[in-house]
Design a protein around this ligand. Structure first.
Ligand code: PMP
Length: 384
């Protein structure tokens, strides 16, 4: 099948795979980066530190403010619970949005069960959070705000720079889940006053199981760790560093930045082709605003066609999704689109088509044809 689920995960770039190999084998740098008593461990450690510096520089950060984790789920957990536990005596209110990834929403739900209160901001119909609504939700009890950079179902870009500036003179911590934007949109933490930022390698052509958390000035932004152990990552995330994953991540991140505008333009072209192709039939609605958005995700609904029947009918030909990977399986309407006040057919018929660097124009044209013929067939079936 044609893979059109890049928002769930991307294939690992061949260059990144190549960059990982030396950290796995005996002839290479496989030693434990914490084994600095011997020179093999020291070499592994300096390779990890080179990767850290490289990644940090690409987001305008200091290497000492960037720690490695297993991915954005872990980074989001550590950022949100880590702040909540350290600063609970300052206040117990957190502001987030209704369209965050489950790793943010469920972390907030957990904190509610521990006595915190959480405001879940609703987006407008275009899928965008409003900075004024956010500022209006701040109370004396508020300690942190957590808002995603790019939504994983619609591709809509949230006004994180505006929010960061608005919060800059307060003592609130601002966390951004940048899982969908890192390596696709430039982020400059030297200019944008964000306190914590989560990224994940497998969304930008790196390997799965590795990501990171930026923590601005660790001494001032004090996190309570979620795990305890051997002291790695300033005690915030102990455990033997996955040097091969880290090398792959750094390589993929570098390539993503070298290709930032090429990848963007490529996706813009593909999205235009796909939209033109789908508009050959009636009753096609795009979900989410189309102006402040990344071009690699198209969320679309077809009148009188349920997303589950369409996805199943196309299963052997196209890998597409309804909502996010974490929630598909259970066929439930998207909570993201629901929060955008989308209802009825448009809600139950929404599919997410996402693509990237390795997707070709021919694949998009084939996908468009396959979708149109299945939508037409399913509509005819419904009439008989
Ligand atoms: N946040 C967002 C916005 C995501 O899209 C994802 C991946 N589905 C995550 C967090 C979780 O990332 P990871 O798979 O690295 O845990």
């Amino acid at each position: 099948p044609i893979y059109l689920d890049y928002a769930a995960t991307t294939p690992t770039a061949p260059e990144a795979v190549e960059a990982m190999l030396p950290y796995l084998t005996q002839s290479g740098l496989f030693a434990n980066p914490a084994s600095t008593q011997h020179c093999l461990g020291e070499a592994a450690e300096s390779a990890v530190e080179r990767a850290r510096t490289q990644i940090a520089e690409l987001i305008g950060a200091h290497a000492k403010d960037f720690i490695f984790t297993s991915g954005a789920t872990e980074s989001n957990n550590l950022a949100i619970k880590g702040i909540a536990l350290t600063y609970r005596d300052r206040g117990r209110h957190i502001i987030t949005s209704a369209i965050e990834h489950k790793s943010v929403l469920d972390t907030c739900k957990y904190l509610e069960s521990e006595g915190f209160s959480v405001t879940y901001l609703s987006p407008n119909r275009e899928g965008m959070i409003n900075t004024k609504d956010l500022l209006n939700a701040v109370t004396d009890e508020t300690i942190m705000v957590t808002i995603m950079h790019v939504n994983n179902e619609t591709g809509v870009i949230q006004p994180i720079e505006q929010i960061a500036d608005a919060l800059a003179d307060t003592n609130l911590f601002f966390h951004v889940d940048a899982a969908q934007s890192a390596g696709k949109l430039a982020i400059d933490l030297s200019k944008t006053p964000i306190d914590l930022l989560s990224i994940s390698a497998h969304k930008f052509y790196g390997p799965k199981g590795i990501g990171g958390l930026y923590v601005r000035n660790r001494k001032k932004t004090r996190l309570t760790p979620m795990m305890h152990g051997g002291g790695q990552e300033h005690n915030l995330r102990p455990g033997t560093l996955a040097s091969h994953q880290i090398a792959g991540m750094a390589n993929a991140f570098k390539i993503a930045h070298e290709n930032l505008s090429n990848d963007f333009e490529h996706c813009r072209q593909l999205k235009r082709t796909l939209i033109n192709s789908l508009h050959r039939i009636e009753g096609v609605t795009l979900n989410g605003g189309q102006t402040h958005t990344l071009p690699n995700i198209l969320n679309v609904s077809f009148d009188n066609v349920g997303s589950d029947s369409l996805i199943i009918a196309l299963r052997d030909r196209l890998a597409i999704a309804s909502g996010s990977a974490c929630n598909s399986g259970a066929i439930e309407a998207s909570y993201v689109l629901r929060a955008m006040a989308i209802e009825g057919d448009r809600l139950y018929g929404a599919v997410r088509i996402s693509f990237g660097r390795y997707t070709t124009e021919a694949e998009i044209l084939n996908a468009g044809d396959a979708i149109i013929s299945e939508v037409t067939r399913l509509r005819e079936l419904a009439l008989t």
